[in-house]
Design a protein around this ligand. Structure first.
Ligand SMILES: NC(=O)CC[C@H](N)C(=O)O
Length: 381
């Protein structure tokens, strides 16, 4: 039994673990990449409804996990493929969910459920293999906390930092660029995209302080994607403000974009049902180029489009906008000389899963750090 907080109920067939689970019901429109979705820590405490009608075809492999575990609170499908067929598959999707204690429900009218969420907005939900009475389950759903106001960083960040070595692009004599990546729920493809561009990445716990970052003598700082409400997560915003004061190059993705917006003095707000999929059109307002991008966000930054805003850290502007609904999809900050100092995007250039149109943003981060290094070394000489 699946019950939404407004009382709408759906019956289905249990798969994966049995028991009871609660979270925020959201829908994701990607037709592929479910393994990356389920292991994305940004989905902590969310029950994901797949709009693609047939999920599980390619099973579960040993390569595509985006983190150490499955994070979704539940998975809702129309039709579960029970017999996977793919050369990389090691086990069926339902076995991966069962092993990790994650509840799935199939044979649900996911089209009706998605239309409901699109009309009424993302909302709390419960799924149970025990409480089959919708009224009883609804009472329990109404007892659970909403996503607005949730600080979930501590539930997903690493306890111990780790280092990912640069993988190439390093020209002998020069020390590789070094980045401190703050793990707010980081997807593993993100540091990988940096490492393959010759960056040495230190992934650090969310509780890291500025002194620790400075002691690493980094060329840049990165804030990752992550779960929860940016307005309820003031600690990383305070850290980011300290980082911006040092004027070290900064890049952020998704949650990192929202925290950057807050650090600059903008607000954030909850979208009615969010963006989750891998074919969302976004325009880079600098180049006027449109890219097709992967999204997973329920909140967004409230900043004026087409206006330069003076902040304590420099001049900020919206750099990218979503073409479906004009939502802010990127921010950039310029120093007093008009040079790029920091930038973030609301979407997923790491592309796991998703199209690779936005991979230029990692190159932009490399260029930013290189030009800063050049300038500081020039200054010293
Ligand atoms: N993928 C993310 O980083 C998501 C950010 C934030 N939790 C949101 O839902 O908007």
């Amino acid at each position: 039994m699946l019950v939404l907080e407004d009382g709408r109920a759906f019956r289905g067939t249990s798969f994966g673990a049995t028991g009871e689970t609660f979270g925020e019901a959201v829908f994701a429109t990607a037709m592929s990449g479910y393994q990356e979705t389920l292991t994305d820590p940004s989905y902590r405490r969310q029950v994901v409804v797949a709009t693609a009608p047939h999920i599980g075809n390619t099973g579960w492999n040993d390569e595509d996990d985006e983190s150490r575990q499955i994070w979704v609170a539940g998975y809702v499908l129309r039709d579960l493929a029970r017999v996977p067929s793919n050369w990389r598959s090691r086990r069926p999707l339902e076995a991966a969910l069962a092993e990790q204690g994650v509840i799935g429900i199939a044979d649900v009218d996911t089209r009706a459920l998605t239309r409901h969420l699109r009309d009424r907005g993302a909302m709390r939900v419960g799924i149970s293999t025990e409480t089959l009475d919708p009224e009883a389950l609804l009472a329990r759903v109404l007892d659970t906390p909403p996503m607005a106001g949730a600080n979930l960083i501590r539930e997903v960040t690493v306890d111990q930092g780790y280092r990912i070595p640069a993988q190439g692009g390093v020209d002998g004599a020069e020390r590789p660029l070094r980045v401190a990546a703050i793990d707010l729920g980081i997807k593993s493809m993100t540091p990988h995209r940096m490492a393959e561009r010759g960056i040495e990445v230190h992934v650090l716990p969310a509780t890291t302080d500025l002194e620790t970052i400075t002691a690493l003598d980094v060329d840049g700082v990165f804030f990752s994607n992550g779960p929860g409400d940016p307005a309820a997560s003031p600690e990383p915003v305070a850290l980011l403000q300290q980082v911006l004061e040092t004027r070290v190059p900064f890049f952020g993705i998704c949650f990192g974009n929202q925290l950057f917006g807050r650090a600059l003095g903008f607000g954030t707000y909850k979208l009615p049902y969010g963006h989750r999929g891998i074919n969302q059109p976004v325009m880079d307002l600098g180049t006027r180029k449109v890219e097709i991008t992967a999204h997973n966000h329920g909140f967004a930054v409230d900043a004026p489009i087409g206006v330069d805003v003076e902040t304590p850290y420099g001049s900020a502007r919206v750099s990218h906008v979503g073409l479906n609904d004009d939502v802010v999809e990127g921010l950039e900050l310029r120093d007093p000389d008009g040079e790029l100092a920091a930038f973030t995007v609301q979407y997923h250039p790491e592309a796991a899963a998703g199209p690779h149109d936005a991979s230029y943003l990692f190159d932009r981060f490399v260029d930013l750090m290189r030009s800063r290094r050049g300038r500081t070394e020039g200054g010293r000489a």
